[in-house]
Ligand binder design. Structure first.
Ligand code: PLP
Length: 411
């Protein structure tokens, strides 16, 4: 089976030699080595918190062409977590009660939907454009919730803002500003802060176009931004080190719960990353990684141009790990579709787009999209997988044209 479904990174890019050298350096010094093998502070290794804040400030300054409010990037606001996944979980646990509402992009990172469901949180989807959320839809969503007296239950808006999983879309900075204005306005009406949870998991996997400043760079309203970042995707997913920059009250609550969970992220791995950042090994690795993913994205794009029929819409990625393909509405791609069945019979797997839509009873979610990942598969598998998928799609489209409807509910 060729899996174009998994969001795993490329095994050939994992920094084996670098990690070996960095770990020997960490353990070579008795002082640092003992600290690396000991419990550490729950909030994270001070050096890594400092390096993280400085790195993000430098990225946002460069992307914005101006210096954002420095106080938002102070080490005290940084919390190191076990992957950014843990941060997403803890933030949701601290901010949401069962029955609360979280606004999500339509479609969004489906694993986060699992977190929301496990907390009994209701999701409301907001459709997207090619440069991020559809602001008119967001406003009409918020206005409708206000009319129905439900605004008091809205806790946060979750935005995967760079090379989004699953669509590859990057949110324009002007949209982040507008989103924060809306959240401030409706937060006043709600009587509490509605937070923006900005998930920047793929920010550093950029291989085309300029960087975009984070929502922290917006200015004074950025106090309501919770920024989730990760060192796992750009360095080594197995190292499981992520981070958050959080408003003070939220950070203290999240830190307390994290303490109950695990007393802090593994010291040894934090030392490894701090050293990778401080010595430049991390940035050198990133150059290689970007080059590699640019190549893999191009292999997939070439194969799509060659094997997918022109009715299928997709866009060339400029970062991240995914291409999102939209089929004609007449060809469902969901978990119960003939397309998925035929794809599996041809030994190729994709993520049905339907799974990336929140369970939101107030709107109909499309059922004819697919997420394709060029992260984990090698060149031959990418080319063969797309060719097989293209053949299945062409065959089924021919049936549709002849009036034979493929199985699968058109949601
Ligand atoms: C959008 C998004 N956010 C967060 C994560 C979590 O990544 P990690 O816990 O490795 O930082 C992922 C992983 O695939 C992701 O796709």
């Amino acid at each position: 089976l060729i899996s174009l479904a998994a969001g795993f990174t490329d095994p050939d890019t994992l920094p084996l030699a670098e990690a070996r050298d960095l770990l020997s350096e960490v353990l070579a010094s008795p002082r640092v080595g003992r600290s690396a093998l000991q419990y550490g502070p729950t909030e994270g290794l001070p050096a890594l918190r400092r390096l993280t804040g400085e790195r993000l400030l430098a990225q946002d300054s460069a992307a914005a062409g101006a210096s954002p409010a420095r106080e938002l990037y102070q080490p005290e606001r940084v919390l190191i977590t076990h992957g950014s996944q843990q941060l997403l979980y803890l933030v949701t646990e601290c901010l949401c009660d069962p029955g609360d509402i979280v606004l999500v992009e339509d479609p969004t990172y489906f694993v986060y939907l699992g977190i929301l469901q496990s907390h009994g949180v209701r999701c409301r989807g907001v459709s997207m454009e090619t440069d991020g959320l559809d602001l008119r839809r967001l406003e009409s969503r918020l206005a409708a919730l206000k009319r129905r007296g439900e605004l008091g239950r809205v806790r946060l808006l979750y935005l995967v803002s760079y090379y989004q999983n699953p669509t590859g879309v990057t949110t324009h900075f002007a949209k982040k500003t507008a989103v924060l204005d809306l959240l401030r306005y409706y937060g006043r009406a709600a009587g509490h802060t509605i937070f923006l949870l900005e998930d920047a998991a793929y920010r550093e996997l950029r291989f085309g176009g300029p960087d975009v400043p984070s929502a922290l760079a917006v200015g004074p309203h950025a106090q309501r931004v919770i920024y989730a970042g990760t060192y796992s995707k750009p360095f080594a997913t197995g190292v499981r080190v992520g981070f958050g920059l959080l408003p003070d009250l939220v950070r203290r609550a999240v830190e307390r719960v994290k303490g109950n969970h695990d007393f802090g992220t593994a010291s040894l791995l934090q030392h490894l990353l701090a050293r990778a950042l401080a010595t430049g090994a991390y940035d050198r690795h990133l150059v290689e990684l970007r080059r590699r993913y640019a190549g893999k994205a191009e292999w997939m794009a070439q194969a799509l141009r060659r094997h997918f029929p022109p009715e299928v819409c997709w866009r060339e990625p400029r970062g991240g790990l995914y291409i999102w393909a939209a089929l004609p509405r007449s060809l469902p791609s969901g978990p119960d579709s003939l397309l998925l069945e035929r794809a599996l019979a041809a030994d190729v797997l994709y993520v049905p787009g339907r799974l990336c839509y929140a369970p939101d009873p107030t709107r109909r979610a499309p059922n004819q999209e697919m997420r394709l990942s060029f992260g984990n598969a090698g060149e031959q598998d990418i080319r063969t997988g797309i060719r097989r998928l293209g053949e299945v799609i062409r065959t089924l489209l021919t049936r549709v044209r002849r009036g034979i409807r493929p199985a699968g509910r058109p949601h």
